[in-house]
Design a protein around this ligand. Structure first.
Ligand code: 5GP
Ligand code: ZN
Length: 134
């Protein structure tokens, strides 16, 4: 099991949601994963799909996790259907690491929909590049 250096899994907010220690509006749960509403939604439908076991990010996924990754992506598709956004279309994104915009160091898939989403996939700005190099 992968552990972030600065934040042990016991202090991980998504581990605590997965075990029920922290509340969340759950949309789905099985032995492998939990799906729940994002606390600060970026779209009318914004669900996070997380593995129950602590994996820091997509970059820490191992060959043993391949089946789990497939199950999580399939769950996004099923949730989209259940939440009635399948026909209109939706987006699934994974932020990875600092420059990828990942804030919570526990792997999560964002399922976004319920309104037309911007065409831009959060492209970089020159100002952000300069700041990152400082
Ligand atoms: P990231 O930027 O790491 O890809 O996305 C983290 C997401 O987790 C953000 O959209 C943020 O709103 C959401 N989030 C952070 N803390 C909590 C929480 O305690 N509960 C819920 N439901 N969502 C959270
Ligand atoms: Zn965790």
């Amino acid at each position: 099991m992968s552990r972030p250096k600065k934040q042990p899994a016991k202090d991980c907010i998504f581990c605590q949601i997965a075990t029920g220690k922290l509340p969340a509006s759950k949309r789905f749960e099985d032995r492998d994963m939990v799906a729940f509403d994002d606390i600060h939604p970026h779209a009318p439908i914004h669900v996070l799909v997380i593995p129950k076991k602590h994996i820091t990010s997509l970059a820490d996924v191992t060959p043993k996790d391949k089946e789990l990754m497939g199950k999580m992506l399939y769950r996004c598709k099923e949730l989209a259907r259940q939440l009635n956004i399948a026909d209109s279309g939706y987006r699934v994104t994974v932020n990875v690491g600092k420059w990828g915009g990942q804030v919570v160091p526990h792997l999560h898939f964002h399922l976004l929909g319920g309104a037309p989403l911007t065409e831009r996939l959060s492209l970089y700005t020159e100002a952000a590049v300069l700041l990152a190099k400082e």
